[in-house]
Design a protein around this ligand. Structure first.
Ligand code: AMP
Length: 302
């Protein structure tokens, strides 16, 4: 496994691999890897790709009041996991390698980023779209693996790759969870023991929302209200939002006509946790959820 620190070197290595007939699978991350990231590496390796992991904590996607400086890092552990998963290259650029001068060119994906994370973190998705555009430009033709854990991000990247004719096949992979249903996240390390014990209230509320949505016997406002009440009943959690959104456009819905997805964000102390489920999700599945290729149905997003 090669640890690569410059764009120029990575381009040479990937071109060599493609010339020798290999396909590239790309897993972009911010590091501090957990089994959610591992599932993306596994999917790429399983699909037969020579696999590239990138680790880059992208300053552009953090607002001034967010946790850029505190974001957890452990390069040695990350390299061990990448090697164990069978990655061929780990791209670990410094900020100065990615942004040698102030950025004058940014990428905005309109529409999909308007709500939820887009309204709570107004500059976030432009930062994500810009860095992923750079990473795709550096990686070249590849399949790129992203987690449904960040469903809105996945939708935006998929749309961006289509709109800009990027030579990248964007693949969504199911959310990997702790045994109590909490979605794996690098930010879970911020949780105190009490907050960690309380945090699964988010997935429980989302699963309750899914159950109510499946019944189609109530309206989205009532579903939102019930989910919010569950979270409000947890004193350690501060609700940011819960939302029922169209599964394709991600626009919040007023009526339950077509397929929807259910989203939530809750702050526990220093940690801001996000999660989402499809309307077929149940708490039993969330508790037993392990990624399987059968679960990894590709999203159909405009
Ligand atoms: P991050 O390092 O948090 O920016 O995440 C890098 C990639 O891993 C993104 O595509 C995330 O959606 C994905 N990811 C993060 N957590 C999980 C999880 N629990 N299950 C599956 N994928 C995840």
């Amino acid at each position: 496994m090669h640890v690569v620190r410059t764009i120029a070197e990575l381009r040479v290595l990937l071109d060599e691999a493609r010339h020798s007939g290999r396909t590239i699978g790309f897993v972009p991350t911010m590091g501090y890897l957990h089994t959610g990231h591992r599932s993306l590496l596994d999917a790429s390796v399983r699909d037969g790709h020579a696999t590239l992991l990138s680790i880059f904590v992208n300053p552009l996607q953090f607002a001034a009041n967010e946790d850029l400086g505190a974001y957890p890092r452990d390069l040695d552990a990350d390299l061990a996991m990448a090697s164990d998963a069978g990655a061929e290259w780990v791209f670990v650029p410094e900020v100065a390698e990615m942004y040698p001068r102030p950025v004058a060119t940014t990428v905005s994906v309109h529409g999909l980023g308007t709500w939820m994370e887009g309204s709570s973190r107004p500059t976030h998705f432009d930062g994500v779209a810009t860095v992923v555009t750079k990473l795709f430009s550096i990686a070249g033709t590849c399949s790129a693996y992203f987690g449904e854990k960040d469903y809105q991000q996945l939708a935006i990247i998929r749309r961006m790759a289509t709109d800009l004719s990027m030579p990248v096949n964007v693949i969504g992979c199911p959310t990997v969870r702790e045994p109590d249903g909490l979605a794996k996240s690098s930010r879970n390390v911020y949780l105190s023991a009490d907050e960690r014990a309380a945090a699964p209230v988010l997935i429980r509320a989302l699963c309750r929302g899914a159950e109510l949505v499946r019944g189609r016997s109530t309206d989205p406002a009532t579903v939102r209200h019930e989910m919010a009440a569950m979270i409000d009943a947890e004193p350690l959690g501060a609700l940011d939002y819960v939302e029922i959104a169209d599964a394709e456009t991600l626009e919040p819905v007023d009526t339950l006509d077509g397929p929807v997805r259910i989203f939530g964000a809750v702050r526990f102390g220093r940690a801001r946790l996000i999660d989402n489920v499809g309307e077929d999700m149940t708490i039993e599945r969330a508790l037993g959820a392990r990624p399987s290729s059968a679960d990894a149905t590709p999203m159909r997003l405009a």
